[in-house]
Design a protein around this ligand. Structure first.
Ligand code: MEV
Length: 436
């Protein structure tokens, strides 16, 4: 049973584990043993993970796999994926192989702009704030030069700064809107440091310009995870005649595939699941490469709703007897900074991708999303999703039932010919154990 504790963060790691095990563990020593098993045996390696967050008890593992044979813009990639869902890596690999015989994936980075905002309260005359802002903008930017210098050397920096009157939305609400390029960094720290420094310059200049009762007040300064101008397109296309031996079957398949995507464009309930399938691929690569999947998820779903209705991120059409399938997705990613130089497996994942630039990683991640989406929609309009999913899930079911390696081998063979369901697997294991 849980109870209140003061000063938990000040305890040593062993004390924290002891408290959690004694307070919450049904069997405290077994509880501790599990935590210990997942703690790295090399203290130097473990220290890296301990220091990522506060109150680390042990490590929470995800499998890291690879999906090979991705042909992207004429170059071969093996894509690292960190994910627990059984069928995702297999589906990505299958889609990669399929499209590699049809010219592979094409990509285009449509923009890399990031956004930061300083949110203000101001109840005086608008023209006075505008004048103050215009007269001081170059000074504000000048005061940022020590922060922006190195980013500018790498081709990034502040692209624009603007005061926006938002009083139609909220009384007294103004905003300083900044646009950034952040080169190979995701840029969150750079952007937030620029914003907070600028907010201080703004406040100190305002204090000597405005009367106390009209003084503009900084409410908060923060980057936005909505990045509708940091977007990459991944696409595939194939002449319909190459989709099967029989042209009329290939045409029906292509029509059904496009229809399924159109349904997801128009029907939000389907769109959410459709996009979840895309994110299976996207998140797996983002986690493997140490990027912030929460930021990407938040930005992606806002983008999916950008015209007032939640829609599928991917689109499809048939034109000139060719099936076209593509995905536009906002991705603010980094290949330097953050976890990229700290987490040993993130470093290895980037190595698997030949140390890509942030733009190249955007292309790869979008392709992983499109491949995953293709695999899911393809299954949905043909065999249904459960056949492949449950086949990949079989080993999980058997492990949960305590099957031995030998039993797993025998039953994997048996279920290659039989539909996998929870009850069928249970029954088959019982029969095997009872010698039937
Ligand atoms: C399951 O993780 C993802 C799918 O539901 C995606 C989809 O329905 O398109 C299969």
């Amino acid at each position: 049973m849980s109870k209140k504790i003061e000063g938990f963060s000040k305890l040593t790691k062993a004390e924290k584990i002891h408290w959690v095990a004694e307070t919450h563990g049904e069997n405290p020593s077994a509880f501790k043993a599990t935590l210990e098993t997942y703690n790295h045996s090399d203290p130097e390696v473990q220290k890296i993970h301990d220091e990522f967050i506060e109150n680390t008890l042990t490590n929470h593992y995800l499998p890291l796999g690879v999906a090979p044979n991705f042909l992207i813009d004429g170059k071969w990639y093996t894509i690292p994926m960190a994910i627990e869902e059984s069928s995702v890596v297999a589906a990505a690999s299958k889609a990669a192989k399929f499209w590699s015989t049809k010219g592979g994936f094409q990509t285009e980075v449509l923009g890399t702009e990031k956004v930061g905002q300083i949110h203000l309260n101001y109840y005086g005359p608008a023209e006075k704030l505008n004048r103050f802002f215009n007269e001081n903008t170059s000074r504000f930017l000048g005061e940022l030069s020590s922060i922006t210098e190195s980013m500018e050397r790498r081709g990034g920096g502040i692209q624009s700064i603007q005061l926006i009157d938002k009083t139609n939305a909220l009384e007294g609400y103004y905003q300083i809107d900044l646009r950034f390029e952040t080169a190979d960094a995701m840029g969150a720290n750079f952007i937030n440091t620029c914003l907070e420094t600028l907010a201080k310059s703004f406040t100190s200049a305002a204090t000597s310009t405005f009367e106390a009762d009209e003084l503009p007040e900084v409410v908060m300064s923060i980057l936005s995870n909505y990045v509708p101008n940091c977007v990459v397109r991944a696409s595939v296309s194939v002449p319909i005649e190459q989709l099967g031996a029989n042209l009329s079957d290939a045409q029906s398949y292509a029509k059904k595939f496009v229809r399924a995507v159109h349904i997801a464009r128009e029907e939000p309930y389907r769109a959410v699941t459709h996009n979840k399938g895309i994110m299976n691929g996207v998140d797996a690569v983002i986690i493997a490469t140490g990027n912030d999947f929460r930021a990407v998820e938040a930005g992606v779903h806002a983008y999916a709703s950008k015209d007032g209705k939640y829609r599928s991120l991917s689109q499809a059409k048939i034109e000139n007897d060719t099936l076209h399938f593509w995905l536009d997705i906002p991705l603010a990613l980094g290949t330097v900074g953050g976890l990229t130089s700290l987490h040993p497996l993130v470093k290895r994942s980037l190595e698997i991708l030949d140390k890509p630039s942030a733009k190249e990683l955007m292309r790869i991640v979008a392709v992983a999303g499109l491949a995953q989406n293709f695999a899911a929609v393809n299954s949905l309009v043909t065999t249904g999703i459960q056949k492949g999913h449950m086949k990949m899930h079989l080993l999980n079911l058997l492990s949960a039932l305590g099957a031995s390696e030998e039993e797993k081998q025998i039953l994997s063979k048996q279920f290659s010919e039989q539909t996998v369901t929870n009850s069928a697997v249970k029954e088959a294991l019982n029969q095997l154990r009872n010698g039937r």
